[in-house]
Structures are given as structure tokens and as C-alpha cells.
Design a protein around this ligand. Structure first.
Ligand code: F6P
Length: 366
């Protein structure tokens, strides 16, 4: 029987449980044994009880759950070759040569590195007399498939990452709550949202809640001038009769010289306008709660396709990342997706913001 391991890695996101459930059940359907690797890459490195077979019943009711019930971690040991050696040893001794990783770009980069090093890792384990010749032969190729689990929606080559729409929903709920009190007191609110270097959550939340202004990393305003522009916009909205002011600030927001635009700096501008202003940093509530229907659907369809991809892969197939483009579940070369994602950060660092926007691979930022 083919043995597949599934893990969640990096920051958790809503829908990861649905993805694990789909992998486990699709795996069983296709007559494979599916192992959960608990605590992200730590489970592979430490092995033992952290690498356990899951049955059909074990994932019952997981479709809607937030977080990840198999745990996650940002594992430092796996970044070292010694950690990857232990991981390879634990996989081979458990008879596993396929790994489905649900995580962000860092986790998927680690997975691809693991695959490229695999033959040399096995060779070293053989030299250390930890593995026998027949094991090296039998498990000589490693199959890696990536599922993108992240609230940030920052991965290239896919329109949506698992968790992004749930997080967006959470943010919108919170801004709706804030709207009520803001309007009652005729106050201004600065709402800081997550997303790391990606403005998707901020932009979409601003559009969906009708914010006065939005600050995101990919469309930075001119240094200093943004303060006057913000005042002009908010004043105009007030003059039209709006009783509240809401500004959404992505945690990675910057100006055109790459200076951070912090929620405090935005608050200062609103205070200068004479507005009674409060700041709300939403924090980890954005990663909490159940998965919205879209994420349940996305995680389930992608989890099933990840298992199919494992079964269809040949040693020459580049590691795929399962994405969604124009409503179709697609397989993209994982390395390319990770490289493109990293090149957005490079474009921003080089102040080439138009390039950053086009590299986001979506049309909504135009
Ligand atoms: O990548 C997901 C994310 O929630 C980012 O939006 C945020 O910057 C970061 O993780 C927070 O990380 P941590 O949970 O380790 O504080």
C-alpha cells in the first residue's frame, strides 16, 4: 500500500482541517495509508508518536473547523540539514515517500528543498548505516505536493489561499461592529489588519466595508503627501454627511520610500483633523473561527487533487502546488509559484510597485 504523509505548517489558517480531512479520506478512497505529521515539520524530524496513521473516523466533523487539529509550527530544526536527515530517516522507516504540505511559501520552499536533497540524504543515512541498501532503492524518489494554507492570500499562481476568505470575513465582521460605535460617537477608527507583506486582506476588507481609505504595501502613496490626501478624502466624506471615519491599514503598509505607514501615524493624522480617533489592531482573531463555505470547498477540492497528484506523479514531474485559477483547481509548478511570490517582495524593495502589482497575478489591484 502507498503511504502518504500530510502536514500543516507555518501560521494556521481556517480550512486547514478541511484540507487534512480531504487528504485522509481521498487517500483511503484510493487505497493508501495516510499518516498525519503532527506539529508541522517537527513531527517529521522527531518521528515516533508525532507521525501517526489516521483513519476515516479520525477526521469526522473537520470540514468547518478553524485552526489545525494536527498542530503546526515554524520548525527551526528542519532548516538545518541534520533536521532534514532525521526527517528522511523517519519517513523511510515508516515506509512513507510522499508528503502533502499545507502551508505558506516558507513551508513549501522547505518541502521542495527536502525533495531536491532527498537522494543525498538517503546516501548519507546509508553511509551512517542507519538505512539498508534495499531501503535506499525502494524509496529513492520523494513526492512532494503543496497546498497553500495562509490567511494572507500572498501566493502567486493561485487566486486564493486556504483561509484568506475566512479571515476576510472575520475582519469584515469586526469592522461592522466598529462601524456601529463609530457612527454613534461620530468617531474615527484606524483598523490594522494582518497580511504580512501582502495587501489583499486590507484592500478587500476596505472595499467590502466601504472604508474611507486603505493603506497597502503594493500601492504606496507619496511620502508625506499621503497625510494631506487622507485629510482631504476624510473631510470630503464628512461633508457629505458621513458620521464616521474608518481607515484600514495593512500591517505591511509603506510609503513610496518604503517607510512604514503605521496605524499610529494614521491615527495622528486623523487627530490633527480634530477627529476623536481610536485604533483597533485586530490581531489573531483574524486567524480564528470556523472556515467560510469557500474555504471548506477550496480545501476539500484541493486536498483530493493533492492525493491524485501524488498518485499521478513520475520522478520527473516537478513538485506541484495545487491552486485555483478562474474557479478551476489547477496544478502549478511549486518552485515557480514560490519564486514569483518572492519576486513581489523584491519588486517592492526595488520600489518597482507596478511590477509588484502585476506579479500578484490578479486583476483586482489594477
Ligand atoms: O502569515 C499569517 C500571519 O497571520 C500574518 O498575517 C502575520 O503577519 C503573521 O502570520 C503573524 O505571525 P504569528 O502568528 O507568528 O505572530
Amino acid at each position: 500500500k502507498k503511504k502518504i504523509a500530510v502536514m500543516t505548517s507555518g501560521g494556521d489558517s481556517q480550512g486547514m482541517c478541511a484540507a487534512v480531512r480531504a487528504v485522509v479520506r481521498a487517500g483511503i478512497f484510493y487505497e493508501c495509508d495516510v499518516f498525519a505529521c503532527f506539529e508541522g515539520y517537527s513531527g517529521l524530524v522527531k518521528g515516533g508518536n508525532l507521525l501517526r496513521k489516521l483513519g476515516w473516523e479520525d477526521v469526522r466533523g473537520w470540514t468547518s473547523l478553524g485552526g489545525t487539529l494536527i498542530g503546526t509550527a515554524r520548525c527551526m530544526e528542519f532548516k538545518e540539514r541534520s533536521g532534514r536527515l532525521s526527517a528522511a530517516y523517519n519517513m523511510v522507516t515508516n515506509g512513507i515517500d510522499a508528503l502533502i504540505v499545507c502551508g505558506g511559501d516558507g513551508s513549501l520552499t522547505g518541502a521542495d528543498l527536502f525533495r531536491s536533497e532527498w537522494p543525498s540524504l538517503l546516501e548519507e543515512l546509508y553511509e551512517q548505516q542507519k538505512l539498508a541498501k534495499f531501503q535506499i532503492e525502494k524509496y529513492k524518489t520523494l513526492k512532494i505536493v503543496g497546498l497553500v494554507g495562509s490567511i494572507d492570500n500572498d501566493m502567486a499562481c493561485t487566486d486564493a489561499t486556504i483561509g484568506a476568505y475566512s479571515s476576510l470575513e472575520r475582519i469584515c465582521e469586526m469592522v461592522d461592529y466598529i462601524d456601529a460605535t463609530a457612527e454613534s460617537h461620530s468617531r474615527a477608527f484606524v483598523v490594522e489588519v494582518m497580511g504580512r507583506h501582502c495587501g489583499w486582506l486590507g484592500l478587500m476588507a476596505g472595499i467590502a466595508t466601504g472604508a474611507d481609505a486603505i493603506f497597502i504595501p503594493e500601492r504606496p502613496p507619496e511620502v508625506g503627501k499621503w497625510k494631506d490626501d487622507l485629510k482631504t478624502v476624510c473631510k470630503r466624506h464628512r461633508e457629505k454627511g458621513r458620521r464616521k471615519t474608518v481607515v484600514i491599514v495593512s500591517e505591511g503598509a509603506i510609503d513610496r520610500e518604503l517607510n512604514a505607514i503605521t496605524s499610529d501615524a494614521v491615527k495622528d493624522v486623523l487627530v490633527e483633523m480634530g477627529l476623536d480617533t481610536r485604533t483597533t489592531i485586530l490581531g489573531h482573531v483574524q486567524r480564528g473561527g470556523t472556515a467560510v463555505a469557500f474555504d471548506r470547498m477550496l480545501a476539500t477540492l484541493q486536498g483530493v487533487d493533492a492525493v491524485k497528484a501524488v498518485l499521478e506523479m513520475t520522478p520527473d514531474t516537478p513538485s506541484p502546488m495545487i491552486g485555483i485559477l478562474e474557479s478551476k483547481i489547477v496544478r502549478q509548478p511549486l518552485v515557480r509559484a514560490v519564486e514569483l511570490t518572492k519576486s513581489v517582495a523584491t519588486a517592492i524593495a526595488n520600489k518597482d510597485f507596478d511590477k509588484a502589482i502585476s506579479l500578484r497575478d490578479s486583476t483586482f489591484l489594477e
